[in-house]
Design a protein around this ligand. Structure first.
Ligand code: 6GU
Length: 247
């Protein structure tokens, strides 16, 4: 898979892409990331990339010509590429968008900066807009890195263990169960007995129950999207009753 990044701050991508899972994906050739500087597509004599908003107001906008030229260069090299603008006004990024994007041959991530981007770019040059959460970043660069990290680990062969991502939080829209490693007793805090029992069926049941408990307590909104078995629903009713009793 190819990911094209369009940014005014290409240096922000060097270190994060060298490390851990992302670095390995790049080394193995499973992922190819190309970072382009939008300023390289500014062709006026000052190579200007920003300008003042019509109608007044504070702050600068990214002017359309360099952005359009950069996006057009990418589309010419990679026909069919999907181009996404990273902006706090975009669609909230989630695991299912990531899965859909990971299935594509190539995507481009356009990092917005300053107070925003001339709206004609949003309206006519990109295929979609993505936000990573309800807060404001000073630019799309960190958001692009988040999107890349989420997508990279969905590419077959990137994670050591092929299915180590299937059981994780959000893959079936439930939060993960608690996990423990040695020692069994850490400063008086003990690992739940069932995990030391060797009874795999009991362990599986305990983990599912704790996933459901965490999701009910912390992210009940996720339960609406989860595929719950009849057994899950029974456990959830039990957990709700438990909560009412104990508080
Ligand atoms: Cl994609 N960009 C900016 N600037 N802020 C954000 C964001 C993106 N997603 C959440 N906040």
């Amino acid at each position: 898979m190819v990911i094209e990044i369009l940014t005014l701050f290409p240096e922000m991508f060097s270190s994060p892409l060298e490390h851990s899972i992302l670095g390995k994906a790049l080394q193995k050739g499973l992922l190819n990331i190309k970072v382009r500087n939008i300023r390289d597509y500014a062709f006026d004599k000052h190579r200007q990339v920003d300008d003042r908003p019509f109608g007044g107001g504070s702050g600068m906008l990214m002017k359309p010509e360099p952005l359009a030229a950069a996006i057009e260069a990418v589309r010419k090299e990679r026909p069919g590429i999907k181009v996404y603008l990273l902006t706090p006004q975009g669609k909230l990024f989630n695991q299912s968008m990531a899965r859909q994007m990971a299935s594509l041959d190539s995507i481009a991530l356009v990092c917005g900066r300053y107070e925003g981007v001339d709206d004609r770019i949003r309206a006519h040059w990109v295929d979609g807009e993505i936000s990573i959460g309800d807060y404001v970043l000073s630019g799309g660069e960190f958001a692009a890195l988040v999107v890349i990290d989420v997508i990279a680990r969905l590419i077959p062969g990137v994670l050591g263990d092929e299915d180590s991502c299937v059981e994780e939080s959000f893959s079936d829209s439930l939060l993960e169960y608690p996990q423990y490693t040695r020692p069994r007793n850490f400063r008086g805090f003990k690992v739940p007995d069932v995990l030391l029992s060797g009874n795999h069926e009991e362990i599986r049941k305990w983990r599912r129950r704790e996933s459901l408990r965490r999701t009910l307590e912390r992210r009940p909104d996720l339960l609406d999207y989860s595929e719950l078995s009849e057994e899950d629903k029974r456990i959830l009713e039990e957990l709700k009753r438990e909560k009412k009793r104990i508080g």
